[in-house]
Design a protein around this ligand. Structure first.
Ligand SMILES: Cc1cc2nc3c(=O)[nH]c(=O)nc-3n(C[C@H](O)[C@H](O)[C@H](O)COP(=O)(O)OP(=O)(O)OC[C@H]3O[C@@H](n4cnc5c(N)ncnc54)[C@H](O)[C@@H]3O)c2cc1C
Length: 388
């Protein structure tokens, strides 16, 4: 695809050492057997508290993470900004489940909002609902089951937390994404986030829900959201993604014998993703959105829609986003052409971010086409540099 092909642009700020590291990482990740063995070893070493921090930090962490703290991510933030790419700081300490963990994560999210409010290089904040409350609570609310007294208290705390985070974002004028998770906890998330949109999106979209287009009910859901927003006079914020839990969704639906909530064919997900993008552009006066994808066709499709509809490339209502360390060909080319774009930049202590990195490796292994693209782009650039 001509739009993203020039590797000089893709790797403008990468040294030869960066390219060699990325090459070996993507080689490993793209081989399912090697990736499985290495991620199992990584999990084991992490659980046994073996001294692997140094090697992880110099390799996979360096590729996919910004730094161990907000301050330590500044070099990454500045480097991206030199190429006109914003940063979305994503505190990625996963598998946290105690009240103290949730409190700590809440404080960290608030700190990212404050940081964003003082820097034009950080256009959005983000958080994942299960980082501030328990999975089991969200599951129970989603099933509309009666909560015990303790669960009710937990739910009240979750309400307070999500309110405080969204209110801070609103007051400091930092739009905020709320990530989407498994379908069996998503109803609870959708309800709370819609409540937050109603409350804080009266003048423009500050709170954004995430829509997973691998789900077969999401186009209808967006249409219903729009009707509701028009009736109640608020704006909608959406982050469009394909969805990260495809295999788990199918496995669970089969195990418990209920209708599968996700598409079974990749082309159906692709079609819905692009239909959602055009629906959002058609309704841009009500919907602000983020196209969060590594798919070149979908990114190109949106650039065409923006231009056909005579929208400004830097219109703040439409932002593109990719993950740090991935699909730089899309990010750097779109930025060079003047589109509004930011990378998700995960950060956090090395040990805490390891589960995120393992997930990244597992997810990438299943996207063989994308891994081949990363590898062939790096090889092309290495050859070009050797000749130059
Ligand atoms: C900035 C950013 C934020 C994100 N936030 C979230 C989030 O909040 N929640 C979340 O769930 N994910 C999130 N993701 C991950 C996202 O959902 C995708 O898993 C990932 O981006 C890969 O999809 P893609 O659009 O890049 O492109 P592609 O590589 O073209 O698509 C791969 C995706 O297609 C779908 N798919 C694969 N096989 C099939 C099949 N047989 N039938 C139907 N569909 C299939 C799956 O969703 C798979 O992930 C985010 C991604 C980015 C870049």
């Amino acid at each position: 695809m001509a739009l993203f092909e020039d590797t000089r642009i893709t790797y403008a700020d990468k040294s030869n050492k960066d390219l060699i590291r990325a090459y070996f990482l993507f080689r490993i990740i793209s081989n399912p057997i090697v990736a499985k063995i290495l991620t199992s070893l990584l999990k084991l070493a992490n659980n046994l508290y073996l001294p692997i921090k140094g090697i992880v930090k110099a390799t996979i962490y360096k590729q996919f993470c910004g730094g161990t703290s907000i301050e330590k991510s500044q070099t990454t933030i500045d480097k991206l900004w030199n190429s006109q790419i914003g940063t979305i700081l994503n505190f990625s300490a996963e598998s946290k489940a105690t009240e103290a963990d949730f409190r700590h994560t809440e404080a960290e999210i608030i700190a990212t909002i404050k940081k964003a409010s003082n820097s034009k290089k950080i256009p959005f904040a983000v958080f994942k609902p299960t980082a501030i409350t328990s999975f089991s609570l969200l599951e129970k609310i989603s099933k509309k089951q009666t909560l015990s007294k303790i669960e009710q208290e937990e739910n009240d705390k979750f309400d307070q937390r999500i309110n405080k985070i969204c209110k801070t974002a609103f007051e400091l004028k930092v739009p905020i994404f709320i990530d989407a998770e498994e379908s069996w906890i998503q109803n609870a998330i959708d309800e709370k986030v819609t409540e937050m949109m109603k409350k804080f999106n009266k003048e423009k979209a500050w709170v954004y829900n995430t829509i997973q287009l691998y789900r077969n009910d999401r186009l209808a859901y967006i249409k219903q959201l729009l009707n509701e927003a028009k009736r109640n006079n608020y704006f909608i914020g959406l982050k469009l993604v394909r969805g990260a839990y495809h295999e788990q969704e199918i496995a669970r639906a089969e195990r418990f014998n209920y209708p599968c909530p996700v598409h079974r064919k990749k082309e159906d997900t692709d079609k819905d993703f692009d239909l959602a993008q055009s629906f959002c552009v058609e309704n841009i006066d009500y919907i602000s959105f983020c196209s969060a994808t590594h798919n070149e066709k979908s990114a190109t499709y949106l650039t065409d829609l923006i231009q056909e509809n005579n929208l400004d490339k830097k219109d703040k209502r439409i932002i593109f986003s990719q993950l740090l360390g991935m699909s730089d060909n899309i990010s750097y080319h779109l930025a060079k052409q003047g589109f509004y774009i930011a990378k998700y930049v995960p950060y956090g202590p090395v040990k805490d971010v390891i589960p995120y990195l393992i997930r990244r490796a597992a997810e990438n292994t299943s996207i063989a086409g994308q891994m081949n693209r990363e590898l062939s782009n790096i090889i092309k650039e290495r050859k070009r540099r050797k000749k130059a």
